[in-house]
Design a protein around this ligand. Structure first.
Ligand SMILES: NC(=O)C1=CN([C@@H]2O[C@H](COP(=O)(O)OP(=O)(O)OC[C@H]3O[C@@H](n4cnc5c(N)ncnc54)[C@H](O)[C@@H]3O)[C@@H](O)[C@H]2O)C=CC1
Ligand SMILES: C[N+](C)(C)CC(=O)CC(=O)[O-]
Length: 467
């Protein structure tokens, strides 16, 4: 069944949702009265399609289309999931929900991106309050996985459907059971923001120094473990109890001004905006976005290797995206995008990564002939004895490519694979690899014939690929 999402409001956040849904294979229908909405979403999509596929080793789903519609009624046709991202004004949001509920399917999910409103405020006066909930995302929506799901009066069915949809597009639905203004994460962000405004206003540090205080230290810690696990470790062997005993009294010391808000006036705006211009004014917002996206991709890919938090989530999603190989000649064993962390000082994919690409291709082929994880765990495998890689053209960051693999020889314990790595946009051959493998027993660490089923599958492929 075609998956259809409607995006109501296509600004910074709606654009990010549209891009994530489309890149994950959903048809996306947008309503936004701004005549510039299509251009703006196009620009967000350009950044998103460069960055999001870099997170994955598996082929991405076939991209969905983004279409633009003149009314809410038209935009919600066929939608099972609607994400509202109109401005943070309660009266605008409530009007949008009244219109939505006249046209949308009764079993569709209506989710709001609101940063601060409680679901009960959105549900007030609605025809079907149980259909509405909050799914609060983080910018850039196409890369950051968290969505705070706050149900209020939403039914269990709607909560479950919303969570399932969010997981389908690679997100992490965090169910916040009680509703409060600004949910959980924005409460924390707002507290840090207020304290930061004081520090700048009082002349303690500049915007740049404050950013340094985060990005060289605790920001890195938070990205992988959050607050409480980090502080548990900081308590030493005695853990959290000792940490609290040591730092508890500081709660009463003047370490924080959080109860107090700096006066929001033009002087404060000019002070912060002026320092921010000095710090980052040499780059456009789009350039800053690309820098941010590269850093986020590299960090999340590193966490993927450690199976930590967001990294583990993406790794598991990767596994769900990976299907069996299509039975075609030649076999397409790899389809992916060159991520930022694979590029070297020459600005192209480093030669070491080609080895990884062809190793991934042969692993896929092995799984295809039955030499999969279970086969290896049972004590049999193939070892590579020789590879000859030719680098034929440059492969650049963000480029999509695929690998075609042929079995050139499949006799007894010998397996010879010919791989060709091709650019997806024009089919140009970027690299080739002639790889010779030997079947081995993992017990004796010596070569031996494959088990009969694997040998038969290898021989069948060699026949199919002959010539
Ligand atoms: N900007 C951020 O960092 C984040 C914002 N949010 C939330 O997302 C929502 C949207 O915020 P942004 O995207 O930042 O705002 P934005 O101003 O960039 O986008 C709002 C869009 O809604 C459109 N719009 C206005 N009235 C509309 C209507 N009646 N029907 C359909 N579209 C309409 C506008 O033309 C505009 O394109 C807000 O609720 C905000 O709290 C959530 C997470 C982060
Ligand atoms: C500033 N903000 C309240 C709109 C921020 C958010 O809601 C989440 C984010 O992306 O930081």
């Amino acid at each position: 069944m075609e998956k259809i999402a409607a995006i109501i409001g296509g600004g910074v956040i709606g654009g990010g949702w549209a891009a994530r849904f489309a890149l994950m294979g959903w048809q996306v229908r947008v309503f936004d009265p701004d005549p510039e909405a299509e251009r703006k979403i196009g620009e967000v999509m350009a950044n998103a399609e460069r960055a999001l596929p870099m997170l994955y080793e598996s082929p991405m789903p076939k991209r969905g289309e983004i279409t633009f519609h003149d009314t809410i009624a038209e935009a919600v046709v066929g939608a099972t999931y609607v994400q509202e991202s109109v401005p943070e004004r309660l009266e605008i949001k409530q009007k949008v929900y009244a219109e939505l509920q006249k046209h949308v399917a009764e079993n569709a999910v209506l989710a709001s991106s609101t940063s601060g409103f409680k679901p009960s405020e959105l549900q007030e006066g609605a025809a079907r309050p149980q259909q509405i909930l909050v799914a609060h995302p983080f910018n850039p929506v196409y890369l950051l996985p968290l969505a705070e799901v706050v149900p209020g009066q939403a039914s269990l069915e709607v909560i479950e459907k919303a969570s399932e949809t969010l997981r389908d597009i690679g997100m992490y639905p965090l169910h916040i059971k009680a509703e409060i203004d600004a949910h959980v994460a924005d409460r924390l962000l707002e507290a840090v923001w207020r304290e930061a405004l004081w520090l700048i206003k009082d002349g303690i540090c500049t915007t740049e120094e404050l950013d340094d205080a985060i990005r060289y230290g605790f920001g890195l810690r938070w990205a992988q473990m959050g607050l409480f696990e980090t502080y548990r470790i900081a308590g030493g062997e005695a853990g959290m109890k000792h940490f609290m005993a040591q730092f508890g009294p500081a709660l009463k010391w003047p370490w924080t001004k959080l109860m107090d808000v700096p006066e929001f006036n033009n002087d404060l705006v000019d002070l912060i905006a002026g320092q921010s211009d000095d710090q980052s004014g040499h780059m456009s917002i789009r350039e800053l976005e690309r820098l941010r996206d590269n850093n986020l991709v590299a960090m999340m890919r590193a966490l993927k290797g450690q199976e930590a938090a967001a990294g583990k989530l993406i790794r598991d999603h990767d596994a769900r995206l990976r299907g069996p190989l299509a039975d075609e000649v030649p076999l397409v064993t790899v389809r992916r995008t060159v991520p930022v962390d694979w590029v070297d000082v020459n600005g192209h994919m480093n030669e070491g990564r080609y080895g990884q690409v062809f190793s991934d291709a042969s692993e896929e082929l092995m799984a295809h002939v039955g030499a999969d994880r279970a086969y290896i765990d049972a004590g049999n495998s193939y070892f590579t004895a020789e590879t000859n890689i030719k680098y034929l053209d440059e492969t650049l960051v963000g480029e999509e490519f695929f690998v075609e693999t042929r079995v050139a020889l499949g006799e007894g314990k010998k397996l010879r694979l010919l791989h060709e790595m091709k650019r997806a946009s024009d089919g140009a051959v970027l690299s080739s690899c002639d790889q010779f493998l030997l079947h081995v027993s993992l017990e004796t660490r010596k070569s031996c014939p494959p088990l009969p089923d694997v040998l038969a599958a290898v021989e069948a492929l060699a026949d199919k690929h002959a010539g």
